[in-house]
Every structure is written in structure tokens, then in C-alpha cells.
Design a protein around this ligand. Structure first.
Ligand code: C2O
Ligand code: CU
Length: 490
């Protein structure tokens, strides 16, 4: 199968995947980390918090004086950070000022399918789309990005992405660092390519899709972050289109993980590294001493590379990247101790499993032998029932698996219980080669027989190639009906 993959990936295009690369020790941390602005909002008459996003083309100077053509929301690259509270109703007025259609998907959000911003909620040029929904999920670090079928990799790589932070009362009561841009820092990591004079250029392409040889954080090349608090919360988002990372600190201190995709873990976990595949998030706490400097790196040791598979270099394996230098001030504001208990996570009861489904990720970018068809609903799920999804990466290369609308739990990986860092709420998982993942999911509240949600590989080129399927959430006994499309029930 591996031989077949390589032929498939490289036949006819004459390019090879990038080999092991490194920027360790080569990055001049000479630019202050850009902090995406907080999105402004207004409260309308019925109490809805209203945001506005405008997808537009522009130019960005990644290198002073050198303009690159980029896309962004309300600016030329990336987008503002949206912040909302559990219990609020929100609306986002999204305008498309590009000259091609796009969509905006709220990754990790529990919301009605029509508001999801997947491939079916297309926004034509010079038109607007105004989804609204109630925020009813835990404090968490979510994000938004386009999801136009076949074009997602391109639209995200050009710069369309932003963070969506949710807060709740419980999280506030913990006293975690929470001052945006001061001790609560968005860290949006992307790989990119630059010419010698600093103009952004297209990335090398391999089986994983586009892989850049340099990292940018919040759109900043060579970023440093000055902090004046002894405890800092970093909200790390892998917004890269294909590359996975294993984040570590340059001096080998542990990485203190407090939250994953869907919210806080039960307790902080000290790790050697935090691995994030595209789309995944991690909240990490960093305690600094006066005047010190420490570098966030992504380090694929051979041990980690072995986990990501025999063709790990295609996914950026065997590499060490410098990501961000943190510089502590000489005088630091003290921070309280981190609570030993952060959250209560109630396990699903396996006795409640109503349906088991299998998803086989196969070569040629298919799931269960089918490529994505916008006119076909692949799975019909009954609302408010517990589902077990067995996801098997049947290939010899890494993929990822993301499910819309829901935060799920991992019940087992290759037959064993997940490690603590994967035991919380997740919406996207890295799938190691030839490994089976058992997920428990419960789709609640919203049904829509003719508008599907998506599940897919979050390596965006794979998604664009069709490694994606559609599921509808329906009332008991209801069947899904794809309006205007052919419909094939499994
Ligand atoms: Cu982050 Cu279906 O996407
Ligand atoms: Cu994939």
C-alpha cells in the first residue's frame, strides 16, 4: 500500500516531499508577536451579541517593506479573535468581499447544521451570511476558517482563519490567566514558505499537501513575546494546512497542558511534548522567572517520528522548528497556584451505546471506500443517542479525523485507554498509521434532515481531495433527505 501511495502522490507532478528540515538556532526572534485584535461586537435589541467578519484580499508585510498577497478577515491576514460567554446568543455577519465563493466554519462549535459554515453554506462574492446560535458548551479555544469544498487548503493557506474563545463561570472561578494579549495569549501556528527577500511563496507539496519550511505565529515571522506575569496561558492552535507539531520548551521543562479542543482537562498534565495535528488546540501554562528566555519549539525526535509513520518526513517528521521566544520581564506580577482540579468530566456509559459505526481512512483519500459527494448523506444519526465511532487509519501515513457539531471522548486507541492528554473533550484527533480509534459521541439538541454536518481528515488537501463524509442528525425514526441531491443511505 505504501508503494501505491507514493505513486499516487507523486505520479505526474515530478516533485518530491520535503526531507527532514530544521530552523533550530536559525530563527532571529526579532519581531514582537502580533496579537490578533479582539473582534468588536454589539448587543442587539433581543440581547444577541453581533460580530462582523469581512473576508477580503489584501497585502501583508511579513518582512518590512516586502508585500505579499494574502487574505484575511477584517484585515489582510488571519482574523480577529471572537470571544463569547456560555449562555449568550451570538450572530456573525459574514461578508464575502473576495472575488470567489467561500464559507466560514466554526470549528469545535455545537450549533445547528445550517449555521455550521460547511461546504453547503456557501457565501457568494459580494454577499453576506448571518448565522446565529446559542453558545452552550464549555469554556474552550475554538476557531473559524473557510470550508469550501475543494478549496479549503487554498483559502486557509492564504490567511483566512481566526480564534473563537469561549468562557464560562466555572473557568473564571479558577483564576487562570485570562487577560487577553497580556497573560492569555493566542498562538496560531502555521507553516509557510518565503523567498530570500521575504515574500510569501507557495509551499512545497508532498503526500500530506503543502508543507512550508518556516513557521509563523499569528502571522509573525521570528516572533518574540514579552511577558510581565509569572504565569502565562498559551492557546495553541495548529492552523497549518498539513503539518503536525510536537511542541516542547527549548530547556526541556515539561509542557503543562490544561485544556484540549473542547475545554479544560480534569487536572493539569505535565508532558514531554504536546502533539497537535492540523485543527487541534491545546492550552498550556508557562511559569517564568524574572529575565529568563525560553523558546517554544516543535521537535520531532526519532521516537515521535516513528509514531507518525514510516513516511514521517512527508508530514514534517524528524525536524526541529523554533516557534516563539518568550522573554520574561525583570519584575513579574505574581500568579496564584494553579488549581489541582480544573474540571469534572463525566464519562459516557458504554452501556448506553445505541449505534456503532466504522470509518476506514484509506489510500486515495477515501472514507469507507467513498470520496466526498455533496449530494450524498453517508450517515444518519439519531439525536440524543450515544454513538461509538470506530475510526481506523488503514494507511501507512498519518491522517487526522475531525467531527463537526460535537465534542467527543476517545474511549480507546489501538485497544488501550487514551493517555491523560487525550482523555478530555476533543473534536479533532491525530490518527497514527494502521491504528484504530474508538470515539464516543452524543449529538444533542439540533436536528435537520436535509442539512448535513461533516467528518473529515483535517489535512486540508486530503479533505479537498474527498477524504470527507456527511452525516445528518435526525429525530428518532426520521430519515435524511438531501434536498436537490442524490441520496444514498448506508
Ligand atoms: Cu476545521 Cu470541517 O473543519
Ligand atoms: Cu488525511
Amino acid at each position: 500500500a505504501a508503494g501505491g501511495l507514493v505513486t499516487l502522490a507523486f505520479a505526474g507532478c515530478g516533485i518530491v516531499g520535503p526531507g527532514p528540515i530544521s530552523t533550530e538556532g536559525e530563527v532571529d526572534f526579532d519581531t514582537p508577536l502580533a496579537i490578533p485584535p479582539l473582534a468588536e461586537s454589539t448587543i442587539d435589541a433581543d440581547g444577541t451579541r453581533v460580530f462582523a467578519l469581512d473576508a477580503r484580499a489584501g497585502t501583508t508585510e511579513f518582512e518590512p517593506g516586502v508585500a505579499s498577497d494574502t487574505w484575511g478577515f477584517n484585515g489582510s491576514y488571519l482574523g480577529p479573535t471572537l470571544v463569547a460567554d456560555r449562555g449568550e446568543r451570538v450572530r456573525v455577519d459574514v461578508t464575502n468581499s473576495l472575488d470567489e465563493p467561500t464559507t466560514v466554519h466554526w470549528h469545535g462549535m455545537h450549533l445547528p447544521a445550517e449555521m455550521d459554515g460547511g461546504p453547503h453554506q456557501m457565501i457568494d462574492p459580494d454577499t453576506a451570511w448571518s448565522p446565529e446560535w446559542d453558545i452552550d458548551q464549555q469554556a474552550s479555544t475554538l476557531w473559524y476558517h473557510p470550508h469550501l469544498h475543494g478549496e479549503t487548503e487554498d483559502h486557509v493557506a492564504r490567511g483566512l482563519a481566526g480564534m473563537f474563545m469561549l468562557h464560562d463561570e466555572h473557568e473564571r472561578s479558577l483564576g487562570l490567566p485570562g487577560e487577553y494579549g497580556v497573560d492569555d495569549i493566542p498562538v496560531i501556528v502555521q507553516d509557510s514558505g518565503f523567498s530570500a527577500d521575504g515574500e510569501q511563496e507557495s509551499k512545497q507539496r508532498g503526500y500530506a499537501g503543502g508543507l512550508g519550511d518556516e513557521l509563523i505565529v499569528n502571522g509573525t515571522r521570528g516572533p518574540f513575546l514579552e511577558v510581565s506575569d509569572e504565569l502565562v496561558r498559551l492557546r495553541m492552535l495548529n492552523a497549518s494546512t498539513a503539518r503536525s507539531y510536537a511542541f516542547t520548551w527549548s530547556d526541556g521543562r515539561p509542557v503543562d497542558l490544561i485544556a484540549t479542543d473542547g475545554g479544560l482537562l480534569e487536572a493539569p498534565v505535565s508532558l514531554d511534548h504536546v502533539r497537535l495535528s492540523p485543527g487541534e488546540r491545546a492550552e498550556v501554562l508557562l511559569r517564568v522567572t524574572p529575565g529568563e528566555r525560553v523558546v517554544l519549539q516543535s521537535k520531532m525526535t526519532s521516537e515521535i517520528a516513528a509514531l507518525v509513520g514510516p513516511v514521517a518526513d512527508m508530514n514534517g517528521g524528524n525536524d526541529t522548528f523554533d516557534v516563539l521566544e518568550v522573554r520574561a520581564a525583570e519584575t513579574l506580577d505574581p500568579a496564584p497556584a494553579v488549581p489541582a482540579r480544573l474540571n469534572t468530566i463525566t464519562d459516557f456509559d458504554p452501556a448506553d451505546i445505541a449505534t456503532t459505526r466504522r470509518f476506514e481512512l484509506s489510500d486515495s483519500f477515501e472514507i469507507n471506500g467513498d470520496a466526498m459527494d455533496m449530494g450524498r448523506i453517508d450517515e444518519t444519526v439519531t439525536v440524543d443517542t450515544l454513538e461509538r465511532w470506530v475510526v481506523e487509519n488503514a494507511t501507512q501515513v498519518p491522517h487526522s479525523f475531525h467531527v463537526h457539531d460535537v465534542q467527543f471522548r476517545i474511549a480507546s486507541i489501538g485497544g488501550t485507554a487514551p493517555p491523560p492528554e487525550l482523555a478530555g473533550w476533543k473534536d479533532t484527533i491525530f490518527t497514527e498509521p494502521e491504528t484504530e480509534y474508538e470515539l464516543l459521541l452524543r449529538f444533542e439538541d439540533y436536528t435537520d434532515a436535509d442539512t448535513p454536518y461533516m467528518y473529515h481528515c483535517h489535512l486540508l488537501w486530503h479533505e479537498d481531495q474527498g477524504m470527507m463524509g456527511q452525516f445528518a442528525v435526525v429525530e428518532p425514526g426520521q430519515s435524511a433527505t438531501m434536498t436537490g441531491g442524490t441520496h444514498d443511505e448506508h
